[in-house]
Design a binder for this molecule. Structure first.
Ligand SMILES: [Zn+2]
Ligand SMILES: [Zn+2]
Length: 359
């Protein structure tokens, strides 16, 4: 089978390779061998390939932590899954025995979880087949396509952020002024999520024209602006009275977050969702946080939300989870260089590989 592998310790010119390798074999009683259908490339992957994400394996690993596929073979003790089932994979497997896991805070697991995630530390989905323990494999609802299945991992992270936002707000506030910064796939999914929950006063800021056009096509009535246009619009607004009530930072660019916070209203909740490069600073004015009573919320991956994200994805359906509308483009694995350059250029919101053609 073909596999796209990365080695984060090598320089950006030599850290990615497409190789031919053997199909992995079931070796344990709880293993599931998945014939991969679709695998998504996300912002975290780009950060890894640019060498901005330090917490990675130091040998070649098959990339891809967002993928869907069909069960090819199961270990002797696997129950509830059969050959031919459509499945999605939660890349994170908490150890269940560290201090954080014992408190139910599995996304902070000190042994497993993000520290040995599939597609970052263990071989992931950008290959013809992937071997995963059964507890990370989820049956897709029958109404979800394999294409939509690839969005369940980012949606599970978004759902964690949504829960953190709702608890900070004390409920759903459909009348709130919402600002989203960054229109990659997560920004687009956040716009969709707010619209799905009845929010109609949504503004999105994005510097790349191609990406702004994609957001307009989501048909949510969202106001789409460049960062400069956003600044000009908010110049005429008394931020304390009428500033944004909810801000979701999806660009991973600290200056965008700093600017957004200056546009927040009293009691606003600021969700830091985009993954900024390690060590990148910004200015924060404690007096402003104090005076406005801001709540700043971080969101780390998807603790126990994958399963619920499948139901959410099924309910959102094609109205929201449509590749064309979301700006998701499908590539063959051999086109990985083209996929990366389209993603970096902002011509698409996400690159997804169709693997069934690459075995
Ligand atoms: Zn991701
Ligand atoms: Zn743990």
């Amino acid at each position: 089978m073909q596999a796209l592998q990365f080695n984060a310790k090598l320089s950006p010119h030599e850290n990615l390779r497409l190789i031919k390798t053997a199909v992995p074999q079931i070796s344990g009683p709880t293993d599931v061998l998945i014939k991969v259908a679709f695998a998504g490339l996300c912002g975290t992957d780009l950060h890894i390939l640019e060498g901005k994400f330090k917490n990675c394996s130091d040998k070649f690993v098959t990339i891809g932590h967002e993928f869907s596929g069909v069960v090819e073979e199961i270990g002797a003790q696997v129950q509830g899954l059969n050959r031919g089932d459509k499945v999605g994979v939660d890349p994170n497997r908490p150890c269940q025995s560290c201090k954080f896991c014992r408190r139910g805070q599995v996304n902070h697991c000190q042994n497993g979880g993000t520290r040995d995630a599939v597609g970052i530390f263990r071989d992931g989905g950008m290959a013809g087949f992937c071997l995963v323990p059964v507890d990370q494999v989820h049956l897709l609802p029958s109404s979800l396509s394999l294409e939509q299945g690839v969005l369940c991992e980012p949606l599970s992270c978004l759902l964690h952020g949504w829960k953190r936002l709702e608890s900070a707000l004390g409920g759903i506030l459909p009348g709130a002024r919402v600002l989203i910064t960054g229109a990659g796939i997560v920004g687009n999914l956040w716009v969709s999520m707010f619209h799905y929950h009845g929010y109609r006063n949504i503004t999105l800021s994005e510097p790349k024209e191609g990406r702004r056009e994609i957001v307009k096509g989501l048909d949510t009535g969202c106001t789409v602006l460049t960062p400069v246009e956003l600044g000009a619009q908010e110049d005429g607004v008394d931020d304390e009275q009428d500033g944004f009530n909810i801000i979701v930072e999806c660009s991973g660019y600290p200056p965008a977050l700093q600017e957004a916070i200056s546009m927040s209203g009293r009691k606003a909740v600021v969700v830091i969702f985009g993954c900024a490069p390690t060590g990148s600073p910004m200015n924060l004015y404690p007096e402003e946080v104090f005076r406005k009573e801001l709540t700043i919320v971080g969101c780390l991956v998807n603790p126990n939300t994958y399963s619920e994200a499948l139901s959410l994805a099924a309910n959102m359906g094609d109205r929201y989870l449509n590749f064309d509308k979301l700006g998701v483009k499908v590539f063959k694995l051999t086109e990985y260089e083209k996929a990366l350059s389209s993603l970096k250029a902002g011509e698409i919101s996400k690159a997804v590989f169709h693997l069934t053609s690459s075995i």
